[in-house]
Ligand binder design. Sequence first.
Ligand SMILES: Cc1cc2nc3c(=O)[nH]c(=O)nc-3n(C[C@H](O)[C@H](O)[C@H](O)COP(=O)(O)OP(=O)(O)OC[C@H]3O[C@@H](n4cnc5c(N)ncnc54)[C@H](O)[C@@H]3O)c2cc1C
Length: 394
Amino acid sequence: MEDQQFREEVRSFLEGTLTDAMRQAALQGFGVDRSVGTAWHRALYERGWIAPGWPVEHGGTGWTLNQQHIFDTELALAGAPMLMPFGLQMVGPVLYTFGSEAQQRQHLPGILDGSVWWCQGYSEPGSGSDLASLKTAAVRDGDDYVVNGQKIWTTNAHKADWIFCLVRTDNSAKPQRGISFLLIDMKSPGIEVRPIISIDGLHHLNEVYFTDVRVPVSNRIGEENQGWTYAKFLLGHERTSIADVAGSKRNLASLSRVAQQEVPDGTGASLADDAAFATRLRDTTIKLEALESLEARVLAEFARGGTPGDAASLLKVLGTEMMQAIELLRVEAAAYYALPFETALIAGQSHTPPPGPEFALRAVSSYNFGRAHTIYGGSNEIQRNVIAKAVLGL
Ligand SMILES: Cc1cc2nc3c(=O)[nH]c(=O)nc-3n(C[C@H](O)[C@H](O)[C@H](O)COP(=O)(O)OP(=O)(O)OC[C@H]3O[C@@H](n4cnc5c(N)ncnc54)[C@H](O)[C@@H]3O)c2cc1C
């Protein structure tokens, strides 16, 4: 009963708060316009619901796992835009776990109220899966580090105020032992951001170049050369959030509704009458339910104050494969209607949608960009290696 009441409370908040502009922005994922993204972020912040997973003393809600699950699901089903994960789900937990009091005072309020956007400077050309080989160097000079090097695939670097970066502070040690974790102001002289346009036609990825960028030593998280520990802690949180089980529930629910509708070919049939399509839809639905249980296990581990470790790798693999399976079904369901939009998009023409059912919009571009789900946050092949070693003992 309490859960039902809570669900009603979340629903009435969503009805009163989510605007059409916000729902439209949700279609853009990481490409969300900063002003709309921030408006949604602030609405949650003002309601006290911006960081359910954080400890209460740092702004968390203290919800039960069930409440958190209800909240995530209701937001996804209502079509709420994604919240940028770099502050709330990545550097935020690192700050409240390993950051100094001064760092927490400086950064946590801006992450919570959405006024400060972050990006993640981990990957480099040649150092993605083999992240510990990263070369961006930070050399001590008085009270500063001087940073030189390059990051790549930096999502939203062009919109971010700060970047959290892995840098090399010791070349002589084992690769993992010579890395430090720095917080760098994106306005620092010597930072250059260059765009990468991805296969969905949007700009959310970048290269970030550092030339003699001075970063106060006080911006280092924890100990020098211990950055790998904080980096791995962050990746556990990142992998859990990437799985986006609630988003898959929304997308599958909308696909199921479409499958019940009449196909506009005059025969009166629907996709649900197609035995092969219906079987795949049911199969995907069952797998999604199993995935929800796995997610609950991982969240329970977080709630107990533990780190989900290998289960986060499992969740990342299964969650991202689920996203791709649903994106493929959506393209197949949209069939002919999915094509004109993508052609216009790739040609860089207007984004005016072609005639056709609404669910077909962006079906192909989402499918195309969705190839990346199994790459970012550590590729699924690497996660399978982790599972093979740590879970199966191979
Ligand atoms: C859309 C998108 C957004 C991203 N956003 C960010 C971001 O904001 N910040 C950031 O720091 N990074 C970001 N990344 C980078 C991402 O983390 C890396 O792309 C990823 O870790 C893979 O590294 P790589 O691209 O260097 O590929 P590589 O490491 O070169 O891998 C190439 C292929 O080889 C496979 N492979 C490599 N090593 C092994 C192995 N040992 N065993 C089996 N297979 C292996 C990989 O699985 C992959 O299929 C993003 C990437 C994408 C695509």
